[in-house]
Design a binder for this molecule. Structure first.
Ligand code: FAD
Ligand code: NAD
Length: 466
């Protein structure tokens, strides 16, 4: 039997499912001489999600926001018995037999991988809430290819609109449709994307396509709740809203998207919880259908099929994720951990949580001793495009602490005023410096620095992906 301290025992086989924030941090920490590690994921790269919105309008390239997984696994291999990457999609987990069934995309060939310890870190997927037409016609902002698709659609619609405009007003309605972008969901993803789109429209589109086109671009941000940015303090959400409105974004709170078609979207006033049939009828009567050229669905996340399947097999009633104990072990299993967005751990689905959970479980496996996961929240940041942002930072020592935040004039916010809020240029600088320093490799840092300089001097990338 494997014991962590015995030097000549059989290596422990660790299988990690996923190649995101949680998986990568677990990999880095669990790599030790007595471990045989296999990372399984259909995605051959790590995606630095905070940069995704800006890549969709060409502010940065995806080269800066992704890291090849093989290089990261290779680094870990130097510290372990072995570490390998298997590009495959895990389809089923047999917790009794301690094996994972996966398929490659090469004609769906089956792979069977046995484990001593399994880390499930498969993240989440966009949640359409079953709203008709979203899956078929919506675009998303979750993976690298979503960003490429959106960039391509935006540029292609701009070209079509510019071509039609040679006929003067003849095709005015179609030009307006092509230049209307709906962003659904006023969480951090929708807000950051709307700000990037507005910057793109005002600077690069105006310069390259002319004011006639840029001024006709309409960006509509739809949020079902009464305010934007639920996780942030209301005062900061208000700052973000004001900033978006000042950039020409039409912000519609208290509005729900109920239907999406290829060329139009239907919205109606939000319903209160437990709405009566009369209230439903009234909202429907007030629904409005508008033409659009592109709709990005950023209305939240849900569990992946693998996670739902395992939760169901384990008899868990909540299918939103895998229920874990305080050590992040999946309830009702032996040697299985769930971390990041796919775990129901009581923490929000953020990269910050996923990374800390990955490190925690990685260390526990390396040292052979489980312990309670304790989350240290550093704060929340939201980029509002060029030179603007909002930040809600946790201050060591509490809001009364006399420190740099006082010098910055950052007001106290949060439940007990235990956090400080920063807005405008200082928040933008904080966002950029923090996310720059946290990039995984020097090569990504060089690439990102180059992208930012390029965008600043010569403008964003307006080359339609080929
Ligand atoms: P992911 O990072 O999504 O990784 C999941 C991995 O599992 C992927 O590699 C995927 O390919 C793989 N996988 C999927 N299915 C399978 C399968 N069947 N078998 C094997 N592997 C599988 N959070 C912050 O804290 N700060 C931010 O600024 C921030 N910005 C964001 C911006 C955007 C646009 C988005 C979408 C999210 C942002 N988040 C941010 C949230 C953060 O990215 C997620 O909480 C985080 O990615 C969760 O990490 P994870 O490892 O659980 O999942
Ligand atoms: P989210 O769940 O935070 O926000 C989705 C929003 O869409 C919600 O406000 C919801 O009320 C709204 N919505 C749902 N259905 C709707 C409908 N039919 N019509 C209109 N609006 C609808 O999702 P997200 O913004 O993608 O964020 C996901 C996770 O990633 C969160 O934990 C978030 O904190 C994190 N994230 C963080 C950052 C950052 O820190 N800067 C950036 C992006 C994402």
């Amino acid at each position: 039997d494997y014991t962590p301290s015995s030097g000549n025992s059989k290596p422990e086989k660790i299988v990690i499912l996923g190649s995101g924030w949680a998986a990568l941090n677990a990999l880095r920490k669990c790599a030790a001489p007595s471990k045989e590690i296999v990372v399984v994921s259909p995605r051959p790269h790590f995606l630095y999600t905070p940069l995704l919105a800006s890549s969709s309008v060409g502010t940065i390239t995806l080269r800066s926001a992704t890291e090849p997984l093989r290089a990261l696994v290779e680094r870990a291999a130097g510290r372990a018995t072995s570490a390998t990457f298997v590009r495959a999609d895990a389809r089923d987990i047999d917790v009794e037999g301690k094996r994972v069934l996966a398929t490659t995309d090469s004609r769906g060939m089956q792979l069977e991988l046995s484990y001593d310890k399994l880390i499930v870190a498969v993240g989440s997927q966009p949640n359409t809430f079953g709203i008709p037409g979203v899956a078929e016609h919506g675009m998303f902002m979750k993976e690298a290819e979503d960003s490429t698709r959106l960039h391509s659609r935006l540029l292609s619609n701009l070209e079509k609109a510019a071509a039609l405009s040679v006929e003067g007003d003849k095709y005015a309605k179609e030009i307006d449709r092509l230049l209307t972008v709906f962003v659904v969901g006023g969480g951090p993803t929708g807000v950051e994307l709307s700000a990037e789109l507005a910057d793109f429209a005002h600077s690069d589109v105006a310069k390259i396509y002319g004011a006639d086109i840029s001024e006709r671009i309409k960006i509509v941000l739809v949020e079902v709740m009464p305010r934007l940015l639920g996780p942030f303090d209301a005062s900061l959400a208000e700052v973000a809203r004001d900033h978006l409105v000042s950039k020409g974004v039409e912000v519609r709170t208290g509005t729900a998207v109920t239907h999406v078609e290829a060329r139009d979207v239907t919205c109606q006033p939000s319903l209160p919880r437990g709405a009566t049939p009369e209230q439903k009828k009234e909202a429907e009567a007030n629904s409005q259908t508008e033409e659009m050229g592109c709709l990005v669905w950023a209305a939240g996340i849900g569990a992946r099929p693998l996670v739902k399947k395992l939760a169901q097999k384990l008899g868990q009633s909540d299918m939103r994720g895998l229920k874990v104990d305080e050590d992040l072990r999946v309830l009702g299993t032996d040697g299985v951990y769930a971390i990041g967005d796919c775990a129901l751990s009581g923490f929000p689905p953020t990269a910050q949580v996923a990374a800390q959970q990955g490190k925690h479980v990685g260390r526990a496996i390396r040292d052979g001793s489980d312990s309670k996961f304790v989350y240290h929240h550093a704060g929340s940041l939201c980029c509002l495009g060029s030179s603007n942002g909002i930040a809600q930072m946790v201050v060591p020592g509490g809001s009364g602490a006399n420190n740099v935040w006082d010098l910055l004039g950052a007001p106290a916010v949060g439940k007990d005023g235990e956090q400080r809020s920063v807005t405008g240029l200082p928040a933008f600088a904080l966002w950029r410096s923090l996310y720059f320093t946290k990039l995984l490799s020097t090569s990504s840092k060089m690439s990102l620095g180059g992208d930012w300089i390029n965008a600043h001097i010569w403008g964003r990338d307006i080359q339609e992906p080929v």
